[in-house]
Design a protein around this ligand. Structure first.
Ligand code: FES
Ligand code: FE2
Length: 376
């Protein structure tokens, strides 16, 4: 990643609100890529379920009798009724029963019973199982892929970026706090804002106290006007301010260090793992924060933030949890405000496209990625 050397236009403004463009992006990206929908711990026992909507597609995510996570389209195979209407719960008797004519399905999706009817002789139950959706897990996170034949495995999708946080025991951590919010902006606006720190000095004064680099309006030492002399020094210099250890309002924490990260990880104070454009992890020596982005319409997203700790830590340090969460919540609220303002301004008929500044190079990469994913 290098600073942009020539004037580069941003995406056409109507890509941020045109329903047809939104539908193209759902098809090309959100219905093809792996999308994080929750934590494994959200489904403790067989038959527990939650409903999640990816784009316009409602899914039921459950755990079968063998303990395997399963995901299905939330549509009955008889005449297409919605199956589950409550956001989460448990299927009584381990059966998924349609509320319309009571067809019932196993937790593995097979059609079990079609009440009160003699079946036609040529009816084959196996042709009418629930529509299965690919599901896999990584680091205790549950992912689905709506493509019938995904072009990559989950591991392939996550790629080397997952290595950034490989020493954190993500699968063992538990979500001690989850906050869900909606923002009136297109999903790309949120990802673009996450991809640059040009806005940081003005929008995030508290975060800039913790992250001196951000006062320059850049995300990495590589982009700094005064970078450390060697690439090695760029990778090892602490990201948090001298004397600070983590992302809290005062840069301090009374939470125990998470076991796993090494001295170098800890010295950095913050490590990112970003998975375009639905999910990122911000890992600290004492806690981990994950952010999931879900498109809800051309101009609406849902954000789900989880704060993760090793088991038992929240119970032993209840007074510290608010301190842990306050900075991240503030930063997301600050970002949310400018994302919504960005969306509003783009609606002007006069504004056809904006322009990127040199330090917004990750946006240019994101735009190239997006264009490469869309049909010609
Ligand atoms: S639509 Fe589900 S049983 Fe009829
Ligand atoms: Fe921000």
């Amino acid at each position: 990643m290098t600073l942009l050397e020539r004037t580069t236009a941003s995406l056409p403004s109507d890509w941020y609100y045109d329903p047809a463009q939104y539908a193209r992006e759902l098809e090309a990206i959100w219905y093809r890529d792996w999308v994080c929908v929750g934590r494994v711990e959200d489904l403790r026992d067989a038959g527990e379920y939650f409903v999640v909507t990816v784009g316009d597609e409602s899914l039921v995510v459950t755990r079968d009798r063998e303990g395997q996570p399963r995901a299905f389209i939330n549509t009955c195979r008889h005449r297409g009724s919605r199956l589950c209407t409550t956001p989460r719960g448990r299927f009584p008797g381990g059966r998924i029963v349609c509320p319309y004519h009571a067809w019932s399905y196993a937790l593995s999706g097979e059609l079990l019973a079609t009440p009160k009817m003699e079946l036609p002789g040529d009816f084959r139950r196996e042709d009418h199982a629930l529509y299965a959706v690919h599901v896999d897990t990584w680091g205790g996170f549950l992912f689905v892929n709506l493509d019938k034949r995904p072009s990559s495995t989950l591991a392939g999708f996550l790629g080397e970026e997952a290595d950034n946080v490989r020493r954190w025991p993500l699968a063992e951590l538990v979500s001690v706090r989850r906050e869900v919010s909606t923002l009136a902006c297109n999903w790309k606006i949120f990802w673009e804002n996450y991809s640059e720190c040009y806005h940081c000095p003005g929008v995030h004064p508290e975060l800039c106290r913790v992250m001196p680099l951000y006062r320059e309006g850049v995300l990495s030492y590589e982009d700094s006007a005064m970078p450390p002399a060697t690439a090695d020094a760029q990778n090892t210099r602490p990201r948090v301010a001298p004397g600070f250890t983590t992302w809290t309002l005062d840069g301090q924490s009374k939470l125990p260090l998470i076991e796993g990260p090494d001295a170098h990880d800890r010295a950095l104070g913050v490590v990112f793992a970003s998975f375009t454009a639905s999910f990122f992890i911000v890992a600290h020596p004492d806690y981990v924060r994950s952010v999931r982005i879900m498109p809800k319409g051309p101009e609406l997203i849902e954000l789900t933030i989880d704060w993760l700790l090793p088991p038992g830590v929240a119970e032993r340090h209840p007074a510290e949890l608010e301190h842990m969460a306050a900075l991240g919540r503030l930063v997301v609220a600050q970002d949310g405000r400018v994302c919504e303002l960005n969306q509003q301004g783009l609606r002007s008929r006069r504004h056809r496209a904006g322009v990127l500044m040199p330090q917004e190079h990750a946006l240019a990469e994101f735009h190239d990625w997006l264009r490469s994913r869309l049909p010609a």
